[in-house]
Design a protein around this ligand. Structure first.
Ligand code: ZN
Length: 44
């Protein structure tokens, strides 16, 4: 799912699969549907 994060007063939407940031929730959701990241980058 899309994660919401706030940076310097602005809200961003992050793809939890690959960590990509979007300034629009719909863009983030559309990306996630097609995201082919096999491993979350934040899991080391
Ligand atoms: Zn992604």
């Amino acid at each position: 799912m899309v994660a919401e994060t706030t940076r310097e007063g602005e809200t961003w939407y992050e793809c939890e699969a690959c960590g990509l940031l979007f300034d629009d929730r719909d863009d983030a959701a559309a990306h996630e549907e097609n995201c082919d990241a096999e491993e979350p980058s934040y899991i080391q």
